[in-house]
Design a protein around this ligand. Structure first.
Ligand SMILES: Cc1ncc(C[n+]2csc(CCO)c2C)c(N)n1
Length: 226
């Protein structure tokens, strides 16, 4: 059994909860309240800025040219493909570029990005990959699952979103990270593998929280945002 099979098995109940979440199902069935999607897009835009930094860090920590260059590709794909989709959605949804850039981070966005950056900055490349893998892998899985819902890919509002995450390009990125995780896990002790598993499970939990935050438009409970 590969290390990622073990990770997948452990995280499955959390991932299932994400797949079944009304936010995710609402995208697939085209029934999601547009205000919730706008909230998600704005928060996800902030999240992706930090995510791009993680990929830059991956390139820095990579010990061979192939790893460095694939992280550079992931960095480019985040900044110029994925964030571009967000910019296009924002403009279609009536969110100006200035408004998008001025978005304030919700607590879950801050916590999730901060956790990944913290783990990756002080840890090894294996820690970084364990932290970013659920995001890339679970989005590909969600995109693929939603693309099978009749009409999901053609939906006027959410079709593009589903199409992007179900795309072959994203599948290849996820596969590459899975292979890299298995290579980096080779020769590690059980205690080291358990530590990587904990990181993977934590970011899987944050993925669920991100859907839930968006569904509930959850900002700070102090109600003091300007
Ligand atoms: C909360 C949240 N989690 C995961 C992704 C998906 N994602 C982030 S980076 C990346 C790989 C290359 O761009 C993918 C698929 C997202 N957008 N938002």
């Amino acid at each position: 059994m590969q290390f990622t099979d073990r990770l997948y098995k452990k995280a499955k109940p959390i991932w299932r909860k994400s797949h079944d979440h009304p936010f995710v199902q609402g995208i697939g069935h085209g029934t999601l309240d547009i205000e919730k999607f706008k909230f998600f897009m704005q928060q996800d835009y902030l999240y992706l800025i930090d995510y791009a930094r993680l990929f830059a860090l991956g390139s820095l920590k990579g010990t061979d040219l192939k790893t460095m260059s694939i992280f550079a590709k992931l960095l480019d794909s985040t900044l110029n493909v994925e964030m571009d989709l967000h910019r296009q959605y924002a403009s279609r949804l009536g969110i100006s570029e200035a408004e998008l850039e001025a978005t304030k981070a919700a607590p879950t966005t801050l916590a999730y990005s901060g956790y990944m950056l913290n783990v990756s900055q002080r840890g090894s490349l294996a820690d970084l990959v364990a932290a970013v893998l659920p995001c890339t892998w679970s989005y590909y899985e969600i995109g693929t699952e939603l693309s099978k819902i009749p009409g999901a890919l053609e939906n006027e509002t959410y079709g593009e979103w589903v199409k992007m995450y179900a795309s072959e390009e994203f599948g290849e990125l996820a596969d590459w990270l899975i292979t890299l995780m298995n290579e980096l896990a080779e020769g590690k002790t059980e205690a080291e593998l358990t530590a990587l598993e904990e990181i993977f499970l934590n970011t899987s939990r944050y993925e669920y929280m991100f859907w839930d935050m968006s569904y509930n438009l959850q900002m700070w409970p102090t109600d003091d945002e300007q």
